[in-house]
Design a protein around this ligand. Structure first.
Ligand SMILES: [Zn+2]
Length: 334
């Protein structure tokens, strides 16, 4: 049996992945929602209307008018808690009408405000802000993904420029009305090793728009369902962590090479990886042949470490591929 090396679908070898997005990045999230995240140990992700940062909401006929958009300090506070931040455009209007402002400047201003990269775009309004000219402008400006307003899961080979989001809502609106389900799409995601990105706004005890949001007791039930059903199989992470991982998995090049003493060896690198990718980690499963299963060890760029066997014949390892890596499999003390 040969030694083989396979990238895992999700980081840490998890079976499926989960993110929850909060469009508009309301300061009111701190009242009820952030404490639930802290209690359960799950990061969140807020989507900022960049031209309205720190202002009282007053956008058209929005049901959230009167709420407060977070300011830079509040966004940095969330980042310190492990959360992610994306752009929800500059004005929450028609993005294609001013691509430079809504896409490029929005990214730059938000990056300056929060002190870290902005590579996630979340379409304001509906999917009319996901049309090709918008996607092309996002790609040119250095974003890495775009999130739509379509209720579905994201399979491992998902389109990063049209990611789906799962309806985490008190009720869906006609013609097919629907009611809240804390398990919505979770078994489907588990079965298909997919990524669930929840859509909601600002869960509290009183929500102004029941088809755009959930009550806080429902949202707690949702996050508890992630923890209970997901157990050790789910990877809860920000959009940026997951998109970076998907790009590393898609770009990795694995070349078998012959080691100095004939042991199974590989060279791993990330050619043509988009520059904005920051987290360059990849989890791999290594099939260990029987002769090496007695005290197996993995040598990464010259440094030996005992192998973590997650199954009888499978060692699992997360590698930092910021630079190309040489990996060899041996048995210690032969
Ligand atoms: Zn919005």
């Amino acid at each position: 049996m040969d030694t083989t090396l396979t990238p895992c679908t999700w980081k840490h070898g998890k079976r499926w992945a989960y993110t929850v997005t909060y469009d508009e990045a309301m300061a009111e999230l701190f009242d009820y929602t952030v404490p639930v995240h802290e209690e359960l140990g799950i990061p969140g992700h807020v989507e900022v209307v960049v031209g309205h940062m720190g202002k009282v909401r007053q956008i058209g006929q929005s049901s959230y008018n009167g709420y407060h958009h977070m300011d830079a300090g509040q966004l940095r506070q969330l980042i310190a808690l492990g959360w992610g931040v994306g752009s929800h455009s500059w004005s929450h209007g028609v993005v294609a009408e001013n691509l430079d402002l809504e896409v490029r400047q929005a990214k730059q201003v938000l990056e300056d405000a929060i002190g870290c990269r902005v590579v996630t775009y979340v379409a304001p309004g509906d999917n009319s802000n996901m049309i090709p000219p918008v996607i092309e402008a996002l790609q040119a400006a250095g974003y890495l993904s775009a999130l739509s307003v379509t209720d579905d899961i994201n399979p491992p080979d998902c389109n990063l420029w049209f990611l789906n989001r799962s309806a985490n809502l008190h009720r869906g609106w006609g013609p097919l009305f629907s009611a809240f389900d804390p398990y919505h799409r979770l078994e489907q995601a588990r079965a298909q090793s997919a990524w669930v990105v929840d859509y909601c706004h600002c869960p509290t005890p009183h929500i102004p728009h029941e088809s755009k949001d959930v009550y806080i007791h429902e949202h707690r039930a949702r996050l508890e369902a992630i923890v209970r059903l997901g157990g050790n199989e789910v990877w809860p992470a920000t959009v940026e962590e997951i998109v970076d991982y998907v790009l590393c998995r898609r770009h990795v090049r694995i070349e078998p090479v012959t080691g100095d003493t004939g042991e199974p060896s590989f060279r791993l690198s990330l050619p043509d990886l988009p520059a904005p990718v920051t987290y360059r980690h990849l989890t791999v499963d290594i099939q260990i042949p029987p002769p090496l299963r007695r005290c197996p060890q993995i040598i990464v760029s010259g440094r030996a470490q005992p192998a973590l066997l997650v199954e009888r014949s499978v060692a699992r390892l997360t590698l930092d591929l910021a630079q190309p890596v040489m990996l060899a499999v041996t048995a210690a003390g032969q």
